[in-house]
Write a protein that binds this ligand. Structure first.
Ligand code: FES
Length: 105
C-alpha cells in the first residue's frame, strides 16, 4: 500500500492509498473526482485521463499506440503529462506519484 497525490478538478489536493497490482484508474475511480472509467480500463473511453506531474512522466511505462491515439483526440491533451490512468499499472516504485484529474470532455 502506497500513497499517491491527486489534484481534483477543483484544485483540491488529496493523499490516498493506491493498491499495487491494479491500474491507477482502479484507485481513482473509487473517489468522486470525475474519473468515470466508463470502459472499465479497455483503453477506449478516455474518461480516466490524468496529467502526470513532470518528474514522474519518464518513470511510467511507455504509451502503446491506442493510448496515444485516444489522448491526441482530446482538447485537453498535453503532449507531456497526459496519460490514461487505466494504462498505468500501480507498483511500489510509483509511490508518491502526483497526478491531476484532467477536465471532463
Ligand atoms: S477507463 Fe476507459 S480509457 Fe481508461
Amino acid at each position: 500500500m502506497s500513497e499517491i497525490i491527486v489534484t481534483d478538478r477543483d484544485g483540491g489536493v488529496h493523499r490516498v492509498t493506491a493498491r499495487e497490482g491494479v491500474s491507477l484508474m482502479e484507485t481513482l475511480r473509487e473517489f468522486d473526482w470525475g474519473v468515470a472509467a466508463i470502459c472499465g480500463g479497455m483503453c477506449s473511453c478516455a474518461t480516466c485521463h490524468v496529467y502526470v506531474a513532470e518528474p514522474w512522466v519518464d518513470r511510467l511505462p511507455p504509451m502503446q499506440g491506442d493510448e496515444k491515439e485516444i489522448l491526441q483526440e482530446l482538447e485537453s491533451y498535453r503532449p507531456r503529462g497526459s496519460r490514461l490512468s487505466c494504462q498505468i499499472p500501480f507498483e511500489e516504485a510509483l509511490a508518491g506519484i502526483e497526478v491531476e484529474v484532467a477536465p471532463d470532455e
